[in-house]
Ligand binder design. Structure first.
Ligand SMILES: NC(=O)c1ccc[n+]([C@@H]2O[C@H](COP(=O)([O-])OP(=O)(O)OC[C@H]3O[C@@H](n4cnc5c(N)ncnc54)[C@H](OP(=O)(O)O)[C@@H]3O)[C@@H](O)[C@H]2O)c1
Length: 237
């Protein structure tokens, strides 16, 4: 696969299911070449095939965002098939706080959650930066949560809330650091979405949940950077 003549290229982490897969599907419908990534190759290939069946252009790359080696390999392989990356959506995430509160959460649970939800997006952004810099106005979208808002923090979801609060902090810092490179970096909250994570009782469809990420990837004014969005509107930290 050679993407050197592709129109626009978007890579989405954790895109074998849920909001990530839907964002990839919507971007492919808009003409992007979607790079589906997943820590499980078979699931990732299956997800990519579903977009191909839909008429979209898609390539699969293995990527476990909690592993530095996997991130390095993915960025290296990407460089052999594409000459730039236009959109990076840091979507992969875990929600592992069942049965604990801020009074009981073990330190290793905090570390594991931040490895995936916070340090993953940072290291993926760092590794793909050479490719993002080659785009004419790249965009990075961090899929965060209302649980990461200062007024949304919950003692019952300790590691998840801290991981998304810190992810929002990264959005602010990366927005500053990449302004000179003309790379926009924003956080978004998808709302409460019917996925494996959100459960069947959630209020929003997966199409609605992916909408603001896709808007930030394609439609939002490029000078919006270092901000937090839900329903295509800026929200408070
Ligand atoms: N659903 C909601 O209501 C909601 C609300 C607010 C924010 N969010 C955020 O939206 C994002 C997507 O959530 P979702 O609802 O689509 O959840 P989901 O259906 O549980 O999907 C999560 C995705 O992340 C992947 N993932 C987990 N750990 C990974 C790792 N180490 N490396 C690579 N991929 C990994 C999963 O892959 P596997 O299949 O291999 O596990 C899966 O593809 C998350 O960041 C979540 O925090 C969701």
């Amino acid at each position: 696969m050679n993407l050197r003549n592709a129109e626009r290229i978007a890579l989405i982490t954790g895109s074998n299911r849920g909001i990530g897969l839907e964002a990839a599907r919507q971007l492919a419908r808009r003409g992007f070449h979607a790079i589906i990534t997943s820590r499980d190759e078979a699931k990732g290939e299956r997800a990519a095939e579903s977009i191909r069946q839909d008429g979209g252009k898609v390539t699969f790359l293995p990527l476990d965002v909690s592993s530095s080696e996997s991130i390095r390999n993915a960025a290296g392989r990407f460089g052999t098939i594409a000459d730039r990356l236009d959109v990076l959506i840091n979507n992969a995430g875990v929600y592992p706080d069942a049965g604990v509160t801020v009074l009981t959460v073990p330190r290793d649970r905090l570390a594991q959650t931040l490895q995936t939800n916070t340090f993953g997006p940072l290291e993926v952004t760092q590794a793909f930066l050479p490719h993002l810099r080659k785009s004419d106005g790249a965009r990075v979208i961090n899929v965060s949560s209302g649980y990461g808002q200062l007024e949304g923090l919950s003692a019952d979801e300790p590691s998840y809330c801290l991981s998304k609060l810190a992810l929002n902090g990264l959005t602010i810092m990366l927005g500053q650091a990449l302004r000179a490179d003309h790379i926009a970096v924003n956080s978004m909250c998808p709302g409460w979405v019917r996925t494996d994570m959100g459960g069947p009782g959630a209020t929003l469809s997966v199409e609605q949940g992916a909408d603001t990420a896709v808007w930030l990837a394609d439609d939002a004014p490029h000078n919006l950077t270092g901000k937090f969005f839900r329903n295509r509107r800026e929200i408070s930290w």
